[in-house]
Structures are given as structure tokens and as C-alpha cells.
Design a protein. Sequence first.
Length: 50
Amino acid sequence: MTEGWDAAGQAQDVAVVYHLGRRIADSDAWPQREADSEFAGRRAEVSEQE
């Protein structure tokens, strides 16, 4: 680091990324996919198990 700089900006970046990741992880929302997507069938299987 250069003299006079601190890591406050980096700490803010880490906090933003952490809170974003936490919000995604705690969410019940799932991505919406096209019906012909290669992932659509697997998501339907998982939804039935829940």
C-alpha cells in the first residue's frame, strides 16, 4: 500500500460481497429458466422433493 492509504475501501468491498452472498444464500427465490433449458428438468425434480 502507498503511504496515506488505508484498507477502508477494501473492507467496504468485502462487506458488500458478503451481504450480497448472504442475501442470495438465505433467499427462497430460484432462477427462472426457459422450458427447454438443460437445467429445467433437474430443478423440477428437486422442487418435487422439497
